[in-house]
Design a protein around this ligand. Sequence first.
Ligand code: AOS
Ligand code: ZN
Ligand code: ZN
Length: 394
Amino acid sequence: MPTPTLADLSPEARSLLETQSIELPSWAFGNSGTRFRVFTTAGVPRNPFEKIDDVAEVHRLTGVTPRISLHIPWDTVDDYDALRRHAEDQGITIGTINSNVFQDEDYKLGSLTNSDERIRAKAIAHHLECIDIMRATGAPALKIWLADGTNYPGQDSIRERQDRLADSLTQIYSHLGPDQQLVLEYKFFEPAFYHTDVPDWGTALVHCLALGGRAKVVLDTGHHAPGTNIEFIVAQLLRLGRLGAFDFNSRFYADDDLIVGAADPYQLFRIMNEIVSAGALAPDSGVNFMLDQCHNLEEKIPGEIRSATNVQEATAKALLVDREALRAAQTAGDVLGANDVLTEAFSTDVRPLLAELRESQGLPADPMRAFLDSGYLERVRVERVGGDAAGWGA
Ligand code: AOS
Ligand code: ZN
Ligand code: ZN
């Protein structure tokens, strides 16, 4: 395919690209690292207000990142109304409230699954506090990821932990308002190594189905065994109306939390192809496209700009798939022909088209260049002394 221009896009495809939105995680802007070392980067935010400033800067340049995910207690503030107003003044809304029941000594043997009723009640109460914060900030979703699991066979009853988890989730879900939803994330291992209480999309789905229609699954692209066909999971959850959100990132080995599209851009394209073919890209489709990344070595804001533009590129390619030709090849049993339709779209250079789209929206054609030329980094490096850690390893 010759390099397409904006004029080659259908009006629907153009409108979907113009309205695409990606939610940024507050923790991507803080200092981060591995369990071996948290490196410091000059100019990182000192508080949630400054994290919002950085998200707003990415949004000003890319036009596709109008929401921030908060993590409690990493982003605890005295005045949530002020935080909300600070965001809204810059065209940003609070997207998802992430609970945290994995950094307290009490949760060593589990949180929502713990056999100690005092600890389980404490973990449930934390989620009710998160629901209060959702009300104060206008956040529409509560995201739950649990570090719960065991390290040795026999350490605890797998089945009873599932029962306690179901009961805890039911209590939390019953506190949600009619316009609030719960999204449950799964992860196949880590930090527990023998068994994990929510290890896969099937387990997450079983719990969501038991809860009700406002409970959906979060698919973190880094949370699968190597070789897992992630787009299959996407297709299945979309069929069932239970794909609540993505935590986009890239992995080479485990849960690397690297820049989305960096390790395997073809996988990201295949995922977005499922989204586009199911009509699930529009902002009202019910799927929240979030990032869950940590920038250990690279600068944080450029890392998020690169992530947003990587998702845009994969989306534009998915929108360029010739659906009629694909259907015809599939119907004719033309195996390679059908595959060619997909690889043709994937091989297309969509960067000029996206530059044109941005300019038509009054945005810089090259958001990364615009950021590096803006002086923002130089300014915050001077202004923000003693910036915060992302939370991990803090
Ligand atoms: C942890 O591995 C999960 O990906 C969660 O989404 C977690 O809450 C997030 O990474 C925050 O750091
Ligand atoms: Zn995640
Ligand atoms: Zn993760």
